[in-house]
Write a protein that binds this ligand. Structure first.
Ligand SMILES: N[C@@H](CCC(=O)N[C@@H](CS)C(=O)NCC(=O)O)C(=O)O
Length: 251
């Protein structure tokens, strides 16, 4: 099977696609793109939308982490990404939807807000990236890309503060899905591969890591082990983190 994955270094849905390809043992070529410029490149490569992950596989173009999960199961059913039992599959699909539609974006908004404040941690996030230019140069010239990415993702103070207010509830939902056996069950599924990279990206931030690592969500991240590099020293205002203090560490 001939496959090529378009992604961005540190992209959490991009990592979901990488984990699913690895789960299927499908070898592929990876094209790492600069954020923002990625929009133009994936369109030029013939995909209908502007986001990564985008995958060319056996001549087919598949875009979006959830679409990629389904395409991979269709093209190579074993090992599956969804349970065969209809009830369990519905629960996994709902967890996957939650991961994509509710959990992914707040973390994206928070991290771009943080990079706009401080670009120096970018180097740590670029570890292992294949951008086609030396990483120090990429980081040195990243200012306009960071500003645009923060703008396109609406990483405003107001939105990030609201994201942090809601984050405790989102983490509780992850823990509940783990307790129900929908996530981190016997067999890893598309939902685990969707959610663990987002949690891992959040855990690259020292402000958020202690809130996640000690709860069941942290166990899921350790098991799935998404290789998202990066270490962001404290950057979020203490008052914004206040709603997360006293969050129950487990359900
Ligand atoms: N939720 C979708 C969208 C992914 C998405 O928004 N990816 C970001 C990178 S993490 C992206 O490509 N951003 C560029 C843009 O929005 O144009 C998925 O899971 O595939």
């Amino acid at each position: 099977m001939k496959a090529r994955l378009y992604t961005i270094p540190g992209s959490h849905p991009g990592m979901a696609a990488r984990l699913m390809l690895a789960h299927k043992r499908i070898s592929y070529r990876r094209k790492d793109l600069f954020p923002v410029l990625s929009k133009v490149i994936v369109r030029a490569a013939g995909f209908p939308g502007r986001t990564v992950p985008a995958l060319t596989i056996d001549g087919e173009k598949v875009q979006g982490s959830r679409e990629i999960a389904r395409a991979l199961d269709r093209l190579q059913p074993d090992p599956p990404l969804f349970p065969s039992d209809p009830g369990k599959r519905a629960a996994v699909e709902e967890a996957e939807r939650f991961g994509d539609e509710e959990l992914q974006h707040p973390i994206r908004q928070i991290i771009w807000w943080a990079f706009r404040k401080d670009k120096s941690p970018l180097t740590s996030y670029s570890e292992g990236a294949k951008l086609g230019v030396p990483i120090p140069l990429a980081v040195k010239t990243a200012g306009p890309i960071v500003a645009l990415a923060a703008h396109f993702n609406e990483s405003t103070d107001e939105n990030v503060r609201a994201d942090l207010e809601a984050l405790g509830g989102l983490l509780t939902r992850v823990d509940e899905m783990i307790a129900a056996g929908t996530l981190n069950g016997e067999q890893l599924t598309a939902a685990d591969f969707q959610i663990a990279p987002t949690l891992k990206l959040a855990m690259t931030m020292q402000d958020l890591r202690p809130l996640i690592e000690s709860r069941p969500a942290g166990d899921l991240v350790r098991r799935v082990d998404p290789k998202i590099a990066g270490d962001f020293p404290p950057v979020l205002p203490a008052a914004w983190l206040e709603p997360l203090r006293g969050e129950p560490a487990a359900v």
